[in-house]
Design a protein around this ligand. Structure first.
Ligand code: FAD
Length: 321
């Protein structure tokens, strides 16, 4: 019995969440005193694959099959089910990403496995118990799920577990089982455009602004602050609905969920639908001229004042630092 981790890549390169999920799976493998196999689909770059050994994957299975270079749920689920059989895996772990959210239930059904989606901590094990803490109700609560099934599938939230070096030299093996035509039926593409210089779902620092900015012509100061910090830019829903900013930047219940180390909210009221996408941020800083703005209730630091005065001063101070 081993642990299998499915590792996503963006055009052949692993992002931070890939190393996080491998580290998380390695820690589970260590808890169970077993080995860790990583599976990578549509990437045969050996130098890149070897990076997974740095985080503890002792075997890396990859397929360079070009039919699978874009995410196809059924085909990926079939391939992962075969990889799980090959690795004799009792536990399969993946990122709780756009594709992971679709793939994990399908794979769990194929394996007859129990599923925990949105894990935020390592499982508690022992006495046949396998209890996983997960984020619930759009990040407003946690729940603890005990899996009693022999096989288990877990999706890990990005930024919930640190990438931890645990170097081994991995055995890298090509693994290309035949793909059924019927499995190639639906092609769902995720297109993530980088907001500013940093990809928003992966960003550790996010500068976000809302309707308090009055209009798109005022976003220069938001971009200046984001550039000074090396942060991604984001916005509230009305801002993207009005076309002031692209929809890829819209954060919240109906947009992207982020969990950066620092989320700076400027001129955003803090409606519950917005908070649903940001509540797992580690530190929240709110800048708002209304001291009663609901965002202050969840803020770690708050500045009551006019964004047009505060933001340029903040940027200057960060540049001078
Ligand atoms: P406003 O509510 O207009 O707030 C603007 C804020 O700026 C105010 O707090 C004001 O005090 C402050 N301000 C004004 N001028 C200044 C200044 N000069 N300096 C500093 N502060 C200033 N919203 C999302 O964001 N994401 C979602 O995913 C989302 N999903 C939704 C789903 C549903 C089903 C529904 C019904 C709504 C959803 N909404 C979502 C909308 C949400 O309810 C709010 O309407 C929205 O978040 C408000 O955006 P805002 O804070 O930018 O604007």
């Amino acid at each position: 019995m081993s642990v299998l981790v499915y590792v996503e890549h963006a055009e052949g390169k692993f992002r931070k969440s890939a190393f996080e999920v491998v580290s998380y799976a390695k820690a589970i493998a260590d808890q169970l005193s077993t080995g860790l196999t990583a599976v990578v689909i549509g990437n045969g770059d050996k130098a890149e694959l070897e990076k997974l050994g740095t985080y503890g994957a002792s075997t890396v299975l990859f397929t360079g099959n070009t039919q699978l270079s874009s995410f196809v749920n059924q085909a990926y689920a079939s391939l992962l089910a075969e990889a799980a059989a090959k690795a004799d895996a009792a536990i399969v772990v993946m990122t709780n990403s756009f594709s992971g959210k679709g793939l994990a239930p399908r794979l769990a059904a194929r394996l007859g496995a129990g599923l925990v989606a949105g894990a935020v901590a390592l499982p508690e094990t022992g006495d046949r118990k396998f209890t996983v803490k997960r984020s619930a109700f759009s990040g407003k609560a946690f729940s603890f799920v005990t899996l009693l099934s022999d096989k288990k599938v877990i999706t890990l939230n990005p930024n919930a577990y640190p990438a931890t070096e645990n170097a081994v030299t991995p055995a890298i093996e090509e693994f290309s089982p035949a793909v059924k035509e019927s499995d190639l039926g639906t092609l769902v593409k995720e297109i993530i455009r980088a907001s500013g210089k940093v990809s928003l779902p992966e960003a550790e620092l996010v500068v976000s602004a809302g309707r308090g900015l009055k209009g798109p012509e005022n976003w220069g100061m938001i971009e200046d602050l984001a550039n000074a910090l090396g942060a991604a830019t984001a916005c509230s829903k009305p801002v993207s609905d009005a076309g002031w900013r692209p929809h890829e930047e819209h954060v919240g219940q109906t947009g992207i969920a982020v969990s950066p180390n620092l989320y700076i909210a400027i001129g955003i009221s803090g409606a519950i639908q917005h908070l649903a996408g940001v509540s797992s941020s580690k530190t929240i800083v709110v800048i708002n001229k209304d001291p009663e703005a609901p965002f202050f209730k969840v803020a770690d630091y708050g500045i009551v004042g006019d964004a047009f005065e505060i933001v340029p001063k903040l940027t200057e101070a960060i540049k001078a630092y």
